[in-house]
Design a binder for this molecule. Structure first.
Ligand SMILES: [Zn+2]
Length: 236
């Protein structure tokens, strides 16, 4: 669907008790909150070579998130909110493989603008999705050198901050990693524990699964890694 050429408004389902345009060291667009600039490419993808549809990013579209009002608080506030996140990264030799903030020994890693943490990226997108906010690529655009090589923990912390600001906490989270190699079973518990800490959630509500791609396609040929996350947020 084509983007509107001019800024438009929608009523944010997020209700807050304080202005969301306060300065934040984590969200570089915070000075423009509640406006998020929509970019056409996600944070995790490097710019493709040559002219591509990415150039259409010049035609950024601003979405104005309305500030909190009594009316949207009463009509949009829900006891539960569900979000889904998906992410995929290309695996290339010469890069570290970081999953859930943990360095994973491997012969290759994620070629990405940030640290390429596929799990944290999709968890962030799941939380943002549950909150009805723009995705990770729009809040932390890869066009900003500020995020080059940034640890993805900063994105998680910002998503968690937004979640609390909206009056929600993690109900439970279920994530699935898809990769052919290396075997994650020895490190899965370490990753899950670290993810729980980053989320400030009890480990019992954070679940992590991992599976191969049966040696087919890029995922099954050790050329990419992907992750899915579903999260349930509960009103505090
Ligand atoms: Zn990513």
């Amino acid at each position: 669907m084509a983007m509107a050429a001019t800024p438009f408004h929608f009523t944010s389902p997020i209700t807050t008790t304080k202005p969301i345009n306060k300065p934040s060291p984590l969200c570089f667009h915070s000075i423009k909150h509640p406006t998020f600039l929509l970019q056409t490419s996600p944070l995790c993808l490097k710019p493709p070579p040559g002219p591509t549809p990415r150039s259409a990013a010049a035609a950024t579209t601003a979405i104005q998130l309305d500030g909190p009002t009594a009316s949207n608080k009463s009509s949009k506030s829900l006891p539960f909110r569900v979000g889904h996140g998906f992410d995929l990264h290309r695996l290339e030799p010469g890069y570290p493989l970081i999953i859930g903030g943990i360095d994973i020994p491997h012969d290759r890693g994620c070629e990405a603008h940030s640290d390429g943490d596929v799990l944290l990226h999709c968890v962030v997108d799941a939380i943002l999705g549950a909150l009805g906010l723009p995705d990770i690529g729009q809040i932390f655009p890869d066009s900003d050198p500020k995020w080059k090589g940034a640890p993805s923990s900063v994105f998680i912390k910002e998503a968690v901050r937004l979640m609390h600001e909206a009056g929600y906490e993690i109900g439970n989270l279920d994530a699935t990693l898809i990769l052919q190699r290396p075997k994650l079973s020895p490190l899965k518990e370490t990753i899950r524990t670290n993810l729980s800490k980053l989320l400030g959630a009890d480990p019992s509500v954070v679940n992590l699964k991992a599976k191969t791609h049966e040696k087919v396609d890029s995922l099954g040929e050790n050329r990419s890694i992907a992750a899915h996350t579903v999260v349930l947020l509960m009103q505090k």
